[in-house]
Design a protein. Structure first.
Length: 274
């Protein structure tokens, strides 16, 4: 996706997710010279971009003078209280703040940055690093239609984007798509371990698990049928898949376990926001 803006972008925190978004913007054609990065421990990749015009750890006063279009906050929730107050000088009607910190609500952002800040809370996920992310966002009342469109376009550079009208749903999104990739990776681990228990070589078991999960994901991506129909297509009555699904779909099986896991993630997101 093409990324075209005239005023600078500011990235605060260049960890895995912040760097993934930055990479998507640059691949979309954004010039490094239009990016300010604030990161106390910049990676070698960020250092290389600084040699190409990216501005690294410039004073806030210098950034403010450039009238940035958007400030992406990609620091850990626990660091928000220390990092955000010094960014208050960037708050102005024409600058929108986009936070991807789990559990940190818009009310908290206004408390740290100042009342009236145009702010968006979003939850991306790590497949953004390969251009296959999914992000859900919610904007406060100060965000203009133009600013929402800008944020949507920047988030779309690394995958799909959706919006919710209720901020309370962002914690639920965190539990499903934000944390979800870890659940899928753990499924691969468990499937490989099951293969080993059945006598397969460890390397082969892991290869089978990885390719099965990634291939199935690609089917979900390409085919229009719902997951339930794709599952049914693999399941012959009385066959091997049906025998396994009797266990996974039985009492105490995967569905109630996944609900409990998602609730735990949602509750933790709420705790982080306090």
């Amino acid at each position: 996706m093409t990324v075209s803006i005239e005023r600078p972008l500011v990235l605060v925190g260049a960890g895995k997710m912040g760097s993934a978004l930055l990479s998507g913007w640059l691949q979309g054609g954004l010039s490094p010279s239009l990016v300010h990065v604030r990161e106390p421990q910049p990676s070698a990749e960020i250092g290389a971009l600084a040699a190409k015009g990216l501005k690294l750890n410039a004073p806030v006063s210098e950034i403010a003078a450039a009238r940035p279009a958007l400030v992406l906050i990609a620091v850990k929730p626990q660091a928000m209280g220390a990092v955000l107050p010094e960014l208050a000088a960037l708050v102005r009607p024409e600058t929108v703040f986009l936070s991807i910190a789990a559990g940190t609500g818009l009310e908290r952002l206004e408390e740290l940055l100042g009342a009236g800040v145009a702010a968006i809370r979003a939850m991306p996920n790590t497949p953004a690093s390969v251009g296959r992310g999914i992000t859900v966002a919610h904007a406060n009342r100060h965000v203009t239609a133009e600013q929402r469109a800008l944020a949507d376009g920047l988030l779309a550079a690394v995958g799909e984007v959706g919006w919710v009208e209720s901020e309370g749903l962002i914690d639920a999104v965190t539990a499903i798509s934000g944390s979800g990739p870890a659940y899928v990776f753990y499924l691969v681990e468990c499937l490989a371990a099951a293969g080993e228990a059945l006598g397969l070589d460890a390397a082969l078991a892991m290869k089978l698990a990885r390719e099965t999960v990634s291939g199935s994901g690609e089917m979900l991506h390409r085919l229009p049928e719902p997951a339930s129909e794709l599952r049914a297509n693999v399941t012959s009555p009385g066959g091997t898949t049906a025998a396994a699904l009797d266990v996974l779909m039985g009492e105490g099986g995967l569905s109630p376990l996944m609900r409990r896991a998602a609730m735990a993630a949602r509750d933790r997101a709420r705790e982080l926001g306090k």
